[in-house]
Design a protein. Structure first.
Length: 306
């Protein structure tokens, strides 16, 4: 009984640490993406190298769990692959836009998730979630209009980050409704969906890199990034999310915004203007408002069960 009680305490603690670690390392994800661009893999080619390496590294796990994949709901597989496609767009966006803006545009996902859940899935929407939508959209308009221009994304990177957030919301809606895959196969499908997306987009954004250069450094960056970010962290996150309330996961992952903005300011000298900072703060507030109902439900359930 004592061992079981310790396990019940340790599992949520470990899951919490994993989610925080995931948010922190994804806040540094822009560094290897831009490093690969500087080494000749510009545009989507760097993301293709990263995600292809991740899919390759995860393929033994997928083969071992192949029965799960054969029996999985096709909509679940498509939803996970779509989530990977969203992350591919997010990854490519770092090559073309400022880090903090790309991350904040992507973190508008609570707004799109609430709208999709309400008008596509027919799920009820609370007043707090409605407030999250309004606050998030206000933050978007302030952030994009900070320079006195129309509040529209500027440049390919910002458009891709915005599209990535919308696709991620669609994908996670399908995952929530249909997926029962374990972390390993899920991470493989996720990376494969991203690799296919990057393969399609790579020739569109820039020509095929010319051969003859040093391939050791790009290969090292791709394998390390694919293994750590797309392999270990995604699989670990999928393990952790089923052991924590959704509200906690959402709050802890916001560490990515803080780390990403701070690292970009210190390393790349990319800083937000005052209005962009205000808009970004509203986007984060929208995230808190969107997940607050889930947090309250979990607390109420815990109280009623005691």
């Amino acid at each position: 009984m004592k061992d079981a009680a310790m396990t019940n305490i340790q599992a949520p603690l470990m899951a919490t640490l994993i989610v925080v670690f995931t948010g922190v390392i994804w806040g540094f994800y822009w560094i290897p993406v831009r490093a690969l661009a500087e080494l000749g893999l510009s545009g989507a080619w760097g993301t293709l190298a990263i995600t292809a390496a991740a899919a390759m590294l995860l393929s033994p796990v997928a083969y071992h769990k192949r029965q799960q994949l054969f029996q999985a709901d096709p909509l679940a597989l498509a939803s996970i692959a779509l989530g990977g496609a969203a992350f591919a767009l997010y990854s490519i966006g770092f090559v073309y836009g400022r880090v903090a803006i790309i991350i904040l545009l992507y973190f508008l996902t609570p707004v799109w998730s609430a709208l999709i859940g309400r008008y596509v899935m027919g799920w009820p929407i609370s007043r707090l979630r409605l407030a999250a939508i309004l606050v998030g959209l206000a933050g978007l308009f302030i952030m994009l209009g900070a320079e006195g221009e129309l509040p529209l994304p500027r440049g390919m990177g910002e458009w891709m980050a915005l599209a990535a957030g919308i696709l991620w919301s669609i994908g996670t809606t399908g995952m929530r409704a249909k997926s029962d895959l374990t972390p390993g196969p899920s991470a493989f499908i996720f990376a494969s969906g991203a690799a296919i997306t990057a393969l399609i987009l790579a020739p569109v954004f820039s020509p095929l890199p010319s051969g003859g250069g040093d391939i050791v450094k790009p290969l090292g960056w791709a394998l390390a990034t694919g293994g750590l970010w797309w392999g270990i962290s995604i699989a670990s996150l999928m393990w952790a999310t089923v052991r924590l309330e959704p509200a906690r996961v959402g709050l802890l992952l916001m560490s990515e915004v803080v780390v990403g903005a701070a690292s970009a300011a210190l390393i790349a000298a990319e800083r937000l203007s005052p209005l962009e900072f205000v808009g970004g703060a509203l986007v984060l507030c929208a995230g808190v408002l969107e997940i607050w109902p889930a947090r309250r439900r979990c607390q109420d359930t815990a109280i009623s069960g005691t």
